[in-house]
Write a protein that binds this ligand. Sequence first.
Ligand SMILES: [Ca+2]
Ligand SMILES: [Ca+2]
Length: 76
Amino acid sequence: MSKRLTAALLVGAFTVSTAALAQGMSFDAVDSNQDGFVTFEEISAAVPSLSEDDFNAADMNQDSLLDPDEFEAVQP
Ligand SMILES: [Ca+2]
Ligand SMILES: [Ca+2]
């Protein structure tokens, strides 16, 4: 019984993470301090594979912050 419950929880967790990936990143979720901008540190925490070059390419006005429009540019 407890083994079956554990398996059900694992399946549930897997389903949730897959759904989150399918939706892409949410700006609010990545902006961890909720200041309306995403720093390279914040996006690195959410997407460790993103390089600083990718971040700078998306940062149109070169202020080292991504606003919501710039953030759209780094969506897969
Ligand atoms: Ca922020
Ligand atoms: Ca910017």
